[in-house]
Design a protein around this ligand. Structure first.
Ligand SMILES: Cc1cc2nc3c(=O)[nH]c(=O)nc-3n(C[C@H](O)[C@H](O)[C@H](O)COP(=O)(O)OP(=O)(O)OC[C@H]3O[C@@H](n4cnc5c(N)ncnc54)[C@H](O)[C@@H]3O)c2cc1C
Length: 445
């Protein structure tokens, strides 16, 4: 088993590195892992058995609002409802049935999307999806609850409202109150290290610093698993013209532009409850659902906005070991148009400063990666699209092409296993798991 990786280090979206000094470790891409406790693949990997603890901040995520206020999704559903005023009841009615049927909902969302949904998953999703697919914030009335839910929907990176972002909101929204949004102790690199060690124990080898330009250059093998974008697949594989034409129709979405800061203390949020959350969503001038929805729509159609949606992660809020003598890594990315070349540092600093005056004084250093540079860093993030392809309803089902077996390519023994296949982006390992299952079935294993 041989792995060829273009980067100097294995791990893809799971690399962690000391970026500015030798002590403070930053996650280069993924930092927070809501799917780790629920993904069948990551569960079988046995992270905790390998010494990788998944650590939680007291709040799963939070959202600053105008006037120094904030909305907080505590891990405890009742604590969350208690702070949402007249929307407390509605939040409970939305989330509790999803939490009770979480296993069924997760099974559906992490499936190949080729098996009929279980009636139990349908029973909780069908009455809830339409409201959120048609209106940002669904039937919620208070600004706090509407912003909380819209901030989660925006993880879907696309127009809000839409069926795809509504599904993301219901999935990640309810998981916040069940298995939470953990960070791996020490950083995401710990997960990559477990996977690499498992591969090597099984006799596999990772060759780093090797960008594959032509599949025909690779050593003889029975199975080829390609963790690449459809664009890269077309570049490196001798594909028949019909399949090549289908791949050319694959659509990429908006980009992410990321900033990293080592800071010399907790973020001075005006509403101190925000410090209880490792993940904070920011958007628009006042943090409202309407502003976030507008920014996401504009970004999706390629327009620049000065107040984009931003996800900020402060891993030390969950894992105190990430703060070294008071210095902690802060990571944030903004949604920007596809291929955008702007350095996001000033924009992100200004957005945080609005809700945490004095943040700038705590920043010890900074690094910005535009969407274009993120795309150059990892060929799977085409134009900075970290979802490796738009998550519309159609493209969720037809990733990368409309085929019953989406992992199979026309080349014998050659399978696609990146997040351009179902169930799509995020760190859950299920694209590879389903692709490997299909490949082994063909070999009769
Ligand atoms: C800034 C950022 C923040 C994110 N935050 C989160 C988060 O907090 N939680 C979460 O769940 N997800 C997060 N994600 C998304 C997550 O990282 C991706 O969904 C996930 O990594 C996709 O997995 P993948 O296997 O498809 O691709 P990747 O993990 O990107 O791996 C693909 C690998 O293939 C290599 N490669 C590509 N083409 C070639 C070639 N021709 N030859 C050799 N090697 C090649 C690439 O270098 C890369 O290492 C984030 C992504 C980014 C960029």
């Amino acid at each position: 088993m041989e792995v060829f990786e273009a980067h100097e280090r294995a791990g893809g979206g799971l690399r962690s590195e000391p970026l500015f000094d030798s002590e403070v470790v930053h996650d280069i891409c993924a930092a927070v892992h809501p799917m780790a406790p629920v993904s069948p693949f990551l569960r079988t990997l046995g992270l905790e058995a390998h010494g990788v603890r998944l650590l939680h901040s007291p709040a799963a995520y939070a959202h600053p609002l105008a006037g120094g206020r904030a909305a907080v999704a505590w891990r405890d559903l009742e604590a969350t409802c208690a702070e949402l005023g007249r929307d407390g009841r509605r939040w409970r009615r939305l989330m509790l049935p999803l939490a009770r049927r979480s296993g069924d909902v997760v099974d559906l969302m992490l499936s190949t999307q080729r098996t009929p949904p279980s009636p139990r998953a349908l029973a909780v999703l069908a009455p809830r999806l339409p409201a959120h697919a048609l209106r940002a914030g669904g039937g919620l009335r208070t600004e706090a609850a509407r912003a909380l839910l819209t901030g989660v929907a925006a993880h879907g990176i696309g127009p809000i409202p839409s069926p795809a972002t509504a599904a993301v909101a219901l999935l990640l929204g309810h998981l916040a109150h069940t298995t939470g949004r953990p960070v791996p102790e020490g950083g995401s690199g710990a997960v990559a290290a477990v996977m690499t060690a498992r591969l090597e124990r099984l006799g596999g080898r990772v060759h780093t610093g090797v960008r594959v330009d032509d599949l025909r250059d690779l050593p003889a093998r029975r199975i080829t698993m390609l963790d690449v974008s459809p664009r890269e697949l077309a570049r490196i594989a001798p594909l028949p013209p019909g399949y090549r034409r289908l791949l050319a129709r694959y659509r990429y979405g908006p980009g992410a532009a990321k900033a990293d800061f080592p800071v010399d203390g907790p973020i001075p949020w005006t509403d101190r409850r925000l410090a209880a959350a490792a993940t904070v969503h920011l958007g628009g001038e006042h943090g409202t659902a309407a502003e976030i929805a507008r920014a996401e729509r504009e970004t999706a159609r390629g327009a620049r906005t000065d107040r984009p949606y931003i996800i900020l992660v402060d891993p030390a809020a969950a894992d105190p070991s990430r703060a070294v003598r008071g210095r902690r890594p802060v990571w944030a990315y903004a949604h920007v148009p596809h291929g955008d070349t702007r350095d996001p540092v000033a924009m992100i600093r200004a957005a945080v400063e609005t809700h945490a005056p004095g943040f700038g004084d705590t920043v010890l250093a900074e690094r910005g990666l535009s969407a274009a540079r993120l795309g150059a860093y990892n060929a799977n993030y085409v134009g900075g699209d970290i979802a490796c392809g738009t998550m519309s309803v159609w493209q969720t089902l037809a990733r990368p092409v409309p085929r019953w077996n989406p992992y199979r390519t026309p080349l014998p023994g050659t399978w696609l296993c990146s997040s351009a296949t179902p169930p799509g982006p995020s760190v859950h390992g299920m694209c590879g798991y389903h692709a490997a299952t299909a490949a082994l079935a063909e070999l009769g294993r």
